[in-house]
Design a protein around this ligand. Structure first.
Ligand code: ATP
Ligand code: MG
Length: 419
């Protein structure tokens, strides 16, 4: 076969796939603690949804979207991020009237046609949270705290949280002019794509992957209007009282069009150049601008692939508790039956090939990481007993009556260190 996976797309194998599942499971636990419920949104949406919400001057929409015309002649796109879909659902399903608390999380794969490198893939998994309908700084503090607690629960060390405020439409109006003038005065230092988009969205230049950080350093800073300054102030105070450590980074501009007020990013120095683990911000105008009710909101998305990279040495070992072996032809059916009984009793059990030699099955048992092997030969079947062999330190063998096997195993496994 000469067919390969596409560039930037990959197979997730154990133990990495197990790690992904663990991260997702621990996220679900934390979401439940904070009153979030799951939303599952479509993978493909109309292209217009992303163009209008993510923004037509963003990298995502300008060059990273997998967009195509479908069989019905519709312009569609494979989702590059989750927020637009959640917002569309919120409006379409009339969720503002649902009586629910407006807190939704999603777990899903996203697609962006960017240059693949370590920690940057064309298909990747995000865990995201959206809190729609709460304008107060309590929502900001809670959402950021939730993200930090979730990353802590996943076991991530050495994270830094950066926050900033991008103000509202009002504060941005005058800033836009000031920034545009500054950028035009320094136009020679801009990359080609930025030169072409500053008139449409000057802020984008500060977030440019090529020269954004250097530009942001020198650019004039946004002055927040009084209500925005107060909101930012309250958010910081509340975060501190929640015990969340953070720094204010006035140079941070998040790469999507819809952000207002609070934006934040979580980084890990252990990741190298793709150091962002998660990012998010408030989007007070998006729901309304997409045709919905006035519904201020805040959300974030976390890159599971990058979290998994940071945790790769902590991938949980997965092994069955028990490995079942047939030592002779006559015992094969009985061994197979025992496998079913063990599993019915919630004891994880595995086998290799009951038709192979005892030696080969024992080798597989050792390789499996199981704590105990249950061996069944012709004689054991005749006498209604089983042999139990300890596969870890002591490696001794004992004979137990078949009728008492489950009880015996439960007792041993209850004391055994979980594999
Ligand atoms: P970056 O600056 O690394 O391009 P971003 O600002 O594009 O990140 P967001 O759109 O905020 O990222 O997505 C949130 C998180 O999703 C990121 O912090 C990152 O962990 C993850 N992520 C984004 N793009 C990719 C990708 N191509 N491959 C793997 N993870 C990604
Ligand atoms: Mg990006």
């Amino acid at each position: 076969m000469n067919i390969h996976s596409l560039r930037g797309f990959r197979d997730l194998l154990p133990p990495e796939s197990t790690l992904f599942a663990c991260i997702e499971a621990s996220a679900r636990e934390v979401f439940a603690l904070y009153g979030y419920q799951e939303i599952r949104i479509p993978t493909i949406e109309s292209k217009e949804l992303f163009v209008k919400s993510t923004g037509d001057t963003t990298d995502i929409v300008e060059k990273e979207m997998y967009a195509f015309t479908d069989q019905g002649g519709r312009e569609v796109a494979v989702r590059p991020e989750g927020t637009p879909g959640v917002v569309r659902a919120y409006i379409e399903q009339n969720l503002s009237q649902s009586g629910r608390n407006g807190k939704y999380f999603y777990i899903g794969n996203m697609f962006r046609a960017e240059r693949p490198q370590a920690g940057r893939y064309r298909e990747f998994t995000q865990i995201g949270a959206e809190y729609i309908g709460n304008a107060s700084p309590f929502a900001d503090a809670e959402t950021i705290t939730l993200l930090v607690r979730l990353l802590e629960k996943a076991g991530l060390p050495g994270l830094s949280v950066e926050i900033n405020s991008l103000g509202c439409g009002e504060c941005r109006k005058s800033y836009r002019e000031i920034l545009l003038n500054h950028l035009k005065a320094n136009i020679a230092t801009l990359c080609e794509p930025c030169k072409n988009r500053i008139d449409r969205n000057p802020l984008r230049a500060l977030d440019c992957k090529i020269d954004g950080p250097a530009l942001a350093e020198k650019a004039p800073k946004l002055t927040l209007c009084a209500p925005c300054a107060e909101h930012f102030d309250r958010t910081r105070t509340l975060l501190k009282s929640s015990g969340v450590e953070f720094t204010v980074n006035l140079n941070m501009v998040r790469g999507l069009d819809y952000y207002t007020r609070t934006v934040f990013e979580v980084k890990s120095s252990a990741l190298g150049s793709q150091d962002a683990v998660a990012g998010g911000g408030r989007y007070d105008d998006l729901v309304k601008s997409m045709g919905g009710p006035q519904a201020p909101a805040i959300g974030w998305a976390m890159g599971v692939d990058r979290v998994a990279m940071l945790l790769k040495d902590k991938a949980p070992a997965t092994a069955p508790a028990v490995f079942v072996i047939a030592a002779s032809k006559e015992a094969q059916d009985a061994a197979f039956k025992i496998l079913g009984e063990l599993r019915a009793q919630n004891i994880s059990a595995d086998f290799s090939n009951l038709e192979l030699s005892l030696k080969s099955q024992l080798r597989s048992a050792d390789r499996s990481g199981a704590v105990i092997a249950v061996l069944l030969g012709e004689e054991e079947v005749r006498n209604s007993v089983c042999a139990i062999k300890f596969l870890k330190e002591k490696r001794e063998q004992q004979i137990v009556p078949a009728a008492g096997l489950i009880t015996e195993l439960k007792q041993i496994l209850g004391n055994a260190p979980t594999p």
